[in-house]
Design a protein around this ligand. Structure first.
Ligand SMILES: NC(=O)c1ccc[n+]([C@@H]2O[C@H](COP(=O)([O-])OP(=O)(O)OC[C@H]3O[C@@H](n4cnc5c(N)ncnc54)[C@H](O)[C@@H]3O)[C@@H](O)[C@H]2O)c1
Length: 270
């Protein structure tokens, strides 16, 4: 259903790898709501070719960019503004990768080269995307930037290893950059803390399926789907949330406010 919430808005959407990606759903919803946007991903992710389907179905252009490389980001903004016909109104940062998680390395034995790589890809890339936009004055006043995060930034989750620390940094960047960009240009910056979601990044975590079930039982509303997450992001890109900034917003079916659910206790009492 379209209410044209994003009619006339121009965006950049990172991180759509395949149809399970949260960014994929955001792109579909943004299209439904009347936005025009550019899709971007790391050149290496393009090889799979899946993103072309999304570009075709949403009438959007693909501009490859590695979000850790400043000249790639500069090119992304300049070509996006040229293609879309003006400054950008919304940006989705949907980028995450930890080599330590991929290689199953425990938190107490982290490889620091991998840790640095994870920080660069998953958190510093957010700062870089904001800093380049700020320098180029590429985002319109009252524009909205959203990055995706996970509750392991606030609570200990053993399987999330270095990504817990990296997400804490990502959320801090949203707050601090949100202050500066808000003061100067009224640009809004928030993070959305999403339920476990079955995607390439999510499923790379050992024990993900079991934990997915746990979180689903713990949350009064159940786990929030990628589609629900996309709807929430659309609301944040819209003018209906124009005074929301510098926030870490829980999008988790009530998981973060629940101590324990009765169904988890019942399962233990069996
Ligand atoms: N899946 C979950 O359970 C879950 C929960 C909460 C938050 N998140 C976050 O949501 C975001 C999106 O992940 P997803 O679950 O949709 O998985 P995904 O694997 O579909 O998306 C991750 C994306 O990051 C891109 N990427 C990796 N390195 C890059 C680089 N150098 N430059 C540009 N792009 C790069 C990948 O190509 C991919 O498209 C991530 O930040 C993730 O941490 C996911």
């Amino acid at each position: 259903m379209s209410n044209n919430l994003l009619k006339g808005k121009r965006g950049i959407i990172t991180g759509a790898l395949d149809e399970n990606s949260i960014a994929w759903k955001v792109a579909q919803k943004a299209h439904e709501q009347g936005a025009s946007f550019v899709l971007t991903n790391a050149p290496i992710a393009m090889r799979m070719g899946e993103i072309n389907k999304l570009a075709d179905s949403t009438g959007s252009k693909i501009i490859p960019a590695d979000a850790t490389i400043i000249p790639d980001i500069e090119k992304l903004y300049s070509e996006s503004m040229q293609h879309l016909g003006g400054k950008i109104d919304f940006v989705l940062h949907s980028i995450g990768m930890s080599v330590n998680i991929r290689k199953n390395i425990p938190y107490t034995e982290l490889n620091y080269d991998f840790f640095n790589k994870g920080i660069d890809v998953s958190a510093m890339s957010f700062h870089k995307m904001l800093a380049v936009a700020h320098k180029m004055d590429a985002i319109n006043d009252w524009g909205s930037v959203v990055a995706l995060t996970y509750i392991a930034a606030q609570r200990a989750y053993p399987f999330y290893t270095d990504m817990a620390d990296i997400k804490a940094m990502l959320e801090s960047i949203a707050r601090t950059f949100g202050y500066h960009y808000g003061m100067q240009k009224k640009v809004r910056i928030n993070t959305v803390s999403q339920s476990p979601t079955r995607t390439t990044a999510g499923s790379g975590i050992k024990g993900f399926n079991e934990f997915y079930e746990f979180a689903d039982k713990q949350s009064p509303l159940g786990n929030a789907s990628a589609e629900d997450c996309a709807n929430y992001c659309i609301s944040l890109f819209s003018d209906l949330t124009r005074m929301v900034t510098m926030q870490n917003l829980m999008h988790d079916g009530g998981y973060s406010s629940t101590g324990v659910s009765q169904s988890q206790l019942d399962a233990l009492m069996k």
